[in-house]
Write a protein that binds this ligand. Structure first.
Ligand SMILES: Nc1nc(=O)c2c([nH]1)NC[C@@H]1CN(c3ccc(C(=O)N[C@@H](CCC(=O)O)C(=O)O)cc3)CN21
Ligand SMILES: CC(C)C(=O)C(=O)O
Ligand SMILES: [Mg+2]
Length: 279
């Protein structure tokens, strides 16, 4: 299993870091077998698995249930769990309680919080209490209603400078890595260059220290609309649709189940059942 210092060494050696989301045990098993450096149980869970149209409705209990499943599937991979919408902004005690449950009960190795500003203080408190924290800057989906949509961030010089300042503040607060989402490639590169900790990009160009994508996006198994930064390495949806259609057809036409899918009673017992002559 990777450690936070192992990830730092990877950055120093310019070895790219791989991260993928997972939300259930069989997915986690495959992600681990593929040799992924980290798994993210993202609150994108709400959109790709639970059918919401944003990450806003996702709860801490949702995150815990799915993190437990991911841990059962990937016993030996570093797992990061998103703290969901408004679970780390109002009451530090509450935030500590959630972080504790996510690590002790669900088995995550770290938590991820979106944004900087007010959140920096909370992150500093968590890291000094021994909770490994990952930051998340750029497009922060929990603020979609304020940002006015899922838009590229840091497009002008002053926004880009603010991102660098935010990343440095997170670093000073003790984060072990930062996800940077949906920014120009030049901003991704500058962030990686300006920070000591690994910058894990999603839609942030090729020069970040690592990459993260959503499992279902990579598999072509989910929404019709996927962000521009996604590369689908497989196209599962049409394959699954074909399988479902074949099943429907074979059941209707009595082709399934075939003899090899059925259980058979002994001749003798059958006679007993119909003939009424045995015990
Ligand atoms: N399936 C999925 N994949 C993700 O990467 C993802 C989620 N869901 N849900 C949570 C967030 C939301 N994300 C998103 C969603 C949409 C865009 C998007 O459509 N962006 C536009 C950019 C528009 C612009 O130019 O500003 C795009 O065309 O990519 C980006 C990130 C990333 N995360
Ligand atoms: C897109 C990644 C970085 C994320 O936060 C999530 O999957 O929730
Ligand atoms: Mg998230």
């Amino acid at each position: 299993m990777k450690t936070t210092s192992g990830l730092l060494r990877m950055k120093q050696k310019k070895e790219k870091i791989t991260m993928m989301t997972a939300y259930d045990a069989p997915a986690a098993r495959l992600v681990e077998e593929a040799g992924m450096d980290m798994i993210l149980v993202g609150d994108s869970l709400g959109m790709v698995v639970l059918g919401y149209d944003s990450t806003i409705p996702v709860t801490v209990d949702d995150m815990i249930m799915h993190t437990k499943a991911v841990r059962r599937g990937a016993k030996d991979t570093f797992i990061v769990c998103d703290l969901p919408f408004l679970s780390y902004h109002t009451d530090l005690k509450e935030t500590f309680h959630y972080a504790k449950r996510i690590m002790q009960e669900a088995g995550a190795n770290a938590v991820k919080l979106e944004g900087a500003g007010e959140v920096v203080e909370t992150i500093a408190k968590l890291t000094s209490a021994g909770v490994p924290v990952m930051g998340h800057l750029g497009l922060t989906p929990q603020s979609v209603a304020v940002l006015g949509g899922y838009r590229v961030q840091g497009r002008n010089a002053s926004e880009a400078k603010q991102l660098i300042a935010d990343a440095k503040a997170l670093e000073a607060a003790g984060v072990f890595a930062i996800v940077v989402e949906c920014v120009p490639e030049q901003v991704g590169a500058l962030l990686a260059e300006s920070c000591q900790v690994p910058i894990i990009g999603i839609g942030a160009g090729v020069d970040t220290d690592g990459q993260v994508l959503v499992y279902h996006d990579v598999l072509g198994y989910g929404d019709v609309h996927v962000p521009k930064f996604v590369k689908s390495y497989a196209h599962l949806s049409p394959i699954i649709l074909e399988a479902m259609k074949s099943y429907v057809k074979e059941v209707k036409e009595r082709e399934f189940p075939a003899p090899e899918h059925q259980f058979t009673m002994d001749e003798k017992e059958l006679k007993g059942l119909y003939g009424g002559e045995s015990s």
